[in-house]
Design a protein around this ligand. Structure first.
Ligand code: PEP
Length: 248
């Protein structure tokens, strides 16, 4: 049985002092043994956030990471910086990074490999645009994203990966995918991992749904066979996140 994983993506929200206050509010609300709970926070919030969650079930993740070890890459954050700060997860290839910061499937693959090298679990984002969905190419497009993201990733590494299926049209729009749409794509992602590797790897990899998840939509979404939790944006900044984590 795969353990659920419910992660918040704070995006570019919360100053360090606001982050600590939010964590104090959420701490008692997100207690559970049934799911892994991750707060992916802005880089400047990582150190105070790691301190603030000590002794709780919450893990801290980053929202991005560079694929080189160190050097002349002004403004970037290295994997070693993240691990030294206590980070366990990193979001890779969020659609906002692809849209505004020119990330590609190739840079996603480089970052995924680098995260694994450093023992950081990547939360690898994929998802189609509204045009792609309307043109009926969703599954083909997602399969391409997955195949490139996992190039030269070993089966043992892939087993520990988290994939977030996030239809772009559902992110921050309040337009949640139907349960059937979400399960169909998550199932196809698992099948794709099975083709790249094997059945055992496909069964082990955890696949989240993301896109306007709320306390109301979480129970049905997370009950699907191939949906192992969620990547949550807007609702991760509210007490509602506690209801999403304890969705049952
Ligand atoms: C996200 O940022 O990954 C996300 C899914 O955002 P929202 O839940 O606000 O749609």
């Amino acid at each position: 049985m795969r353990k659920k994983i419910i992660a918040g993506n704070w995006k570019m929200n919360m100053t360090p002092s606001e982050a600590i206050a939010l964590i104090e509010t959420l701490k008692p609300l997100v207690q559970t043994d049934e799911a892994d709970v991750v707060f992916c926070v802005p880089a400047i919030d990582i150190i105070p956030a790691v301190e603030a969650v000590k002794g709780t079930n919450i893990q801290i993740g980053a929202e991005n990471m560079y694929f080189e070890e160190k050097g002349a890459f002004t403004g970037e954050i290295s994997p070693a910086m993240l691990t030294d700060a206590g980070v366990k997860y990193v979001i890779i290839g969020h659609s906002e990074r692809r849209q505004y910061f020119a990330e590609t499937d190739e840079t996603v693959n480089k970052k995924v490999k680098k995260a694994f090298e450093h023992g950081i679990t990547p939360i690898i984002c994929c998802g189609e645009s509204l045009t792609q969905r309307e043109q009926g190419v969703t599954i083909d497009f997602i399969r391409q994203q997955i195949k490139i993201a996992f190039l030269d990733v070993t089966a043992d590494q892939a087993k520990t990966a988290v994939i977030a299926y996030e239809p772009i049209w559902a992110i921050g729009t309040g337009k949640v995918a139907t349960t059937e749409q979400a399960e169909e794509v998550c199932k196809a992602i698992r099948a794709c991992i099975g083709e790249i590797y094997d059945e055992a790897t496909a069964e082990a990899v955890r696949i989240q749904y993301g896109g306007s998840v709320s306390a109301a939509s979480a129970p049905e979404l997370f009950a699907q066979k191939d949906i192992d939790g969620g990547l949550v944006g807007g609702a991760a900044l509210k007490p509602d996140f506690g209801k999403i984590v304890n969705y049952k």
